[in-house]
Design a protein around this ligand. Sequence first.
Ligand SMILES: Cc1ncc(COP(=O)(O)O)c(C=O)c1O
Length: 468
Amino acid sequence: MLTVDDVNYDLHEIAALAGSERAPAIINLSSGINSWHPPQRLVSFVVNAASDPLFWEDYDGPYGHVVGRAAVAACESLRGDGQLELGVENVLVTAGASAALTVAARGMRHTLSASAGGEPPQAIIPVPTFPMAAACLAQAGFRIVELSAAPGHRWLPSVAEVTAATTPHTRVLYLNTFNNPSGEFYDGTELRQLVVWARDHDVTILHDTVSSDISCAGPVPHLLSIAAAAGYPDGVVTVGSMSKSRSIPGFRVGWLIAGVQLARQFARLNDLVAPSSPAIASPALLVDRLAAVAGEQLDTAGDPTLPHAAHDLAATVGAAWNLVLELTGPYLPAFPGLDTFLGTAAAELAENGAVHELARWRASLRDQLAGNAAILSEEFSDLVGKVPAWHGDFNTFVELPALRGRDYLDTTYRLFRDHGLQTLPAPAFGYHSAWWAERGYFTRLSFALPVETWTEGLQRLRRAVMEA
Ligand SMILES: Cc1ncc(COP(=O)(O)O)c(C=O)c1O
């Protein structure tokens, strides 16, 4: 029996199909992340730096190493344009965003004011979305309120739909930018309205930014700054990771940003599973967060070969670096060798180093994803229904009209066994099959595949759909 849980296929079945001579090569049409590789320069910088005993000779505590925390705080502070007061005490380094979500859910359950009448606190989850968020919150003791948009709108519920779902027990709203699987996001006006609603109703926004920085085709509103401007910076808990945006889920490097009180509670809980961050985490975050800032600068300034753009880029990365130095400065006496490490790293990350390479890599990733998005809309419009507007995310969520009325799980099995196609059907992203069956047959597709694999996968899907 092929077991497909929320997001994974059974390893035995994958091996059996992949090892069979008559079966076609397996194409994972719903998650192309494994087909994409981070720049070698990033990997070699991280691995070399992680061999410095500074990062592995002792436990660095449940918040994680100060270098990684400083890099995260510096990047967000720069995005906040001086309006955010973030220090290392606001940041935890985690084993990916999944660990951050687990810790955040449990920590919030402990800390957020209890509901009247002993009712469990509620968490609003826009559907479809990443299933683990609801699972973490449910496991921590929240009652999950799944919320979809009215038909005909985009997938994300409107602000009015979110606020109409409020009850006296609502304590958490989960937001995912870009939303997995639809790739949609709330614009600045909507986020301002949601922040004001959250502030006035004592709701914490759990913001999952795992996909925010994949290859944004335009500026993404900065929720933490919006919350700070509304006097509610501690009402947002942010989780993020390198898994998607750098195509490196195996590194397990993520982070959590929260107000100081909540962060302290999160660290207590993190101590139970991770009293130290992995050695690679801080070097990885140093490059990654500087590259995030550099990438945004490249997007606004344009061609980096132009003298003014190159100058602005160097100034932005320099500002981020200075902030890292400022934030780590008070802790230098606690880490003999940190000063030397930072000096060596500065030289390696500087001009034409790993930071710039990663920023350029992101631009080439965007070109690739945009090309695959165009192929889907232009060459396979007979296969899929309306494709949500593409903003730079890996994923999209589409209807396969020819499969309307088909059983979700049976069809998923058949696509895999008969056609070697791995897909993630709509019920993996919230609500149940019966709810989805009334709407059609929807699936997530990932643009993060080499163009030949993407085209072959879609051709195979077309054949499978025609045979159905
Ligand atoms: C929205 C979202 N959040 C979190 C994760 C998990 O990320 P990580 O690998 O950092 O645990 C994923 C992975 O698919 C995701 O899509």
